[in-house]
Write a protein that binds this ligand. Structure first.
Ligand SMILES: [Zn+2]
Length: 101
């Protein structure tokens, strides 16, 4: 797992750290670098879970094959389960912890 320059982790939730571990395993399996591009830094929408340390973004631009990105997203979704949302954006994957009890 690589942190892009300027990524801030202050106040990151335990649940997000679990997600880092699992996503790291998935990227290792697919043999791509896992680059976190934002956690609590940067500008996000007003109610974004980034600010509370419950969301992060990761890079997809080094994965040229869009079907490969889809596969990675599907495996991450499967492995993180229902308490996490995994959203494929145009230039990154957004992952947030939002429990559904
Ligand atoms: Zn995000």
């Amino acid at each position: 797992m690589i942190l892009k320059d300027g990524v801030r982790m202050n106040g990151v939730s335990h649940e997000l750290i679990i997600a880092f571990i699992i996503v790291n395993e998935v990227f290792r399996y697919f043999d791509y670098q896992f680059v976190v591009t934002s956690v609590t830094d940067s500008k996000h929408s007003n109610k974004s879970l980034h600010y509370s340390g419950n969301a992060f973004d990761l890079r997809t631009r080094h994965i040229k094959d869009s079907k490969m990105i889809d596969s990675i997203v599907n495996v991450i979704k499967q492995r993180l389960g229902k308490h996490y949302d995994v959203i494929l954006e145009t230039d990154h994957i957004h992952i947030e912890y939002q429990p559904n009890f």
